[in-house]
Design a protein. Structure first.
Length: 94
């Protein structure tokens, strides 16, 4: 964390946002949400990164529904609850 404090926030945010755009775990949505949690822990002090994480996490809900082809299962419900909880917890940071 010491290295990040010596680099200006705009450079760190650009790097984090570019990295975030390139990450894709395919159909492993739980891993994607876990990664977003790690990004929030590391870069949560940068508003642009936090906002992008919220939008990306909300987008996972649509991706999950598309992967399940509209079928509602207990696993899908649990994932949607986790995703909404992620957003609910992250929004007050702003």
């Amino acid at each position: 964390m010491g290295l990040m404090k010596s680099v200006p926030d705009d450079k760190v945010s650009k790097l984090a946002l570019n990295f975030l755009q390139k990450i894709d775990f395919g159909k492993d949505l739980e891993q994607t949400l876990s990664f977003y949690g790690e990004m929030r822990a590391s870069f949560g002090y940068i508003e642009q990164v936090t906002v992008t994480l919220i939008y990306k996490a909300a987008g996972l809900t649509y991706k999950a529904r598309n992967i399940n082809k509209g079928r509602i299962t207990n696993k899908l419900i649990s994932f949607l609850q986790a995703t909404i909880s992620f957003c609910y917890i992250t929004v007050p940071v702003l």
